[in-house]
Design a protein around this ligand. Structure first.
Ligand code: ATP
Length: 238
């Protein structure tokens, strides 16, 4: 589904992702992990098709049906829209941004809200949701996109244990439906428990494979070391 070929992504000539080679197979459920500043968000944004200041090497993504779940901080919750209107954005590819939602669309939105545990929340303004409820709403929108490739940036940040458990079950369901799911993750215990596969990066690739093996103490220590020495080298050069 995704192939990296000596991929380097940089801002202001500082590489955030460095000489990354590898692939993510169709149907994978994979966690993208690494220390702060490792390049995870940069990489997932590039996969989503966002232009990055400077890109070298190859990045191939084998579908245009991509669904994106941004970090919550990137969403303007004060925007005057209700939950139905927001979740319905997931249908834009089908009905267009200005198309009428219609009875079928409304039913699909209601079904998605029920699937994320928020039945009857459609008329609430976005600003009246808790953080965990907002995360469920983002999952509902992604669900309606019916994407082949689902990309999620820190989907469980600031979400309680029960919500995390319920939303994780959705990721597993999407994988069982044949979708490819890539999620930037910080909770390594959760990754070990629920993700079959992980890709650990520290600008460069540290390891990829079964999550429990990738997240060994030795690999995590190497990731921290690579990032710290890279950062120190940049500081000395500055
Ligand atoms: N828009 C930008 N302009 C310049 N530098 C940036 C920009 N976005 C990110 N960077 C830099 O690129 C590097 C990688 O950042 P990125 O956000 O991809 O890391 P991350 O692994 O997602 O980090 P975190 O776990 O802290 O969210 C960092 O050094 C960061 O400062």
């Amino acid at each position: 589904m995704i192939a990296f070929d000596d991929l380097t992504l940089a801002y202001d000539r500082e590489p955030a992702v460095h000489h990354l080679t590898g692939r993510i197979d169709r149907g994978s459920l994979i966690a993208l992990v690494g220390p702060n500043g490792a390049g995870k968000t940069t990489l997932i944004r590039a996969i989503a098709g966002e232009p990055i200041a400077s890109a070298e090497g190859g990045l191939r993504v084998d579908t245009r049906r991509i669904g994106w779940l941004p970090q919550q901080a990137e969403i303007d919750r004060a925007f005057p829209i209700d939950v139905t209107g927001f979740v319905a954005m997931g249908l834009w590819a089908k009905i267009g941004a200005f198309g009428a939602l219609g009875r079928k669309g409304r039913a699909q939105v209601a079904e998605a809200l029920a699937a994320v545990g928020l039945p009857g929340f459609g008329a609430r303004p976005l600003s009246a949701l808790s953080g965990g409820q907002m995360q469920r709403v983002l999952f509902a929108r992604l669900m309606l996109q019916d994407a082949e490739l689902c990309l999620l940036d820190e989907p469980f940040a600031a979400v309680d244990a029960r919500t995390t458990e319920e939303l994780t079950a959705l990721l597993l369901r999407w994988q069982a439906e044949g979708r490819t799911v890539v999620a930037v993750m910080h909770d390594l215990d959760l990754v070990r428990r629920t993700f079959p596969e992980a890709l650990l990066i520290a600008r460069e690739k540290i390891a990829q494979g079964p999550a429990r093996e990738v997240l060994s103490e030795a690999n995590l220590a190497r990731a921290r070391l690579v990032l710290a020495s890279d950062t120190a080298r940049r500081r000395d050069a500055a």
